[in-house]
Design a binder for this molecule. Structure first.
Ligand SMILES: Cc1cc2nc3c(=O)[nH]c(=O)nc-3n(C[C@H](O)[C@H](O)[C@H](O)COP(=O)(O)O)c2cc1C
Length: 238
């Protein structure tokens, strides 16, 4: 298994897996990301763990799957994230994330990632009865307002056997790549330096911008160059 603290040459993608019927195919996203030159680590929700082949995923990524917080003083099992893909994203996790609830490690990472300027894509997979709940529309609006990129898979009919064949795992990478600098996008999580006056902003691997709380800490740890701002803030979840 890869040593998590080893110098990391490739950008690192966190794949957050929720408890959905399609989660068992997450290996497809891992393969596609690795082929696109990402290193990948998986964070599963506690419920999501039951839907995936943990041994196969750990063998594929070379990293332990994270699902619970580490003990104080333990080393961080994964390198810091350069981007995050939530796939599949459940109704439950989408609504809790938008509300700022942080009662799973996955949610803790997602809630902090916004403030750290880490680009995030979420591919919801849920049925139309769940999607009809007014909270869901509001949650998506809030997440979009935070710069989260949202996948296009339409909700399937309840109790009609899902729509796994319509769920495009590669869409996570397509949306992320379009948002990164040098690809015509606006940069990480849609931020530009001008959008964030007074906020720590660092530029690192592949000219990627890390903005927000913790940017200076990441800059120091990973050879990023600081552009503006200051004030270290501890990054506990990541
Ligand atoms: C077999 C099965 C399939 C499920 N599929 C979905 C799904 O596709 N989307 C969804 O939002 N919830 C689905 N659920 C419900 C979630 O697993 C449940 O809401 C869970 O609490 C989500 O936890 P998490 O968001 O922490 O991963 C499914 C449940 C079961 C038992």
């Amino acid at each position: 298994m890869t040593e998590p603290t080893a110098p990391d040459k490739k950008p690192f993608l966190y794949v957050v897996v929720c408890a959905s019927g399609v989660a068992g195919d997450v290996g497809k996203l891992i393969t596609a990301a690795q082929e696109a030159d990402w290193d990948v680590g998986v964070i599963a929700t506690p419920q999501g763990l039951g839907f995936i082949d943990t041994k196969a995923i750990e063998a594929q990524t070379g990293y332990p799957i994270r699902s619970a917080w580490r003990a104080p003083g333990d080393p961080r099992p994964l390198p810091p994230a350069d981007a995050i893909a939530v796939a599949p994203a459940t109704f439950n996790t989408i609504n809790k994330w938008a509300a700022g609830i942080s009662d799973t490690l996955a949610l803790g990472i997602l809630c902090e990632a916004y403030g750290m300027g880490i680009p995030i894509v979420a591919l919801p997979y849920l049925n139309s009865a769940q999607a009809a709940h007014p909270a869901y529309r509001q949650s998506l609006e809030r997440l979009r307002g935070m710069g989260v990129l949202i996948g296009s898979c339409a909700p399937h009919r309840p109790k009609a056997g899902g729509a796994a064949e319509r769920f495009r795992w590669e869409e996570a990478l397509e949306l992320l790549e379009a948002a990164l600098p040098g690809s015509g996008g606006r940069g990480r999580a849609g931020f530009t330096v001008e959008d964030l006056p007074g906020v720590p902003v660092a530029v690192g691997r592949g000219n990627r911008v890390c903005a927000g709380l913790g940017a200076d800490e990441r800059a120091a740890g990973e050879g990023y160059d600081m552009l503006a701002g200051g004030g270290a803030v501890a990054d506990e979840a990541l």
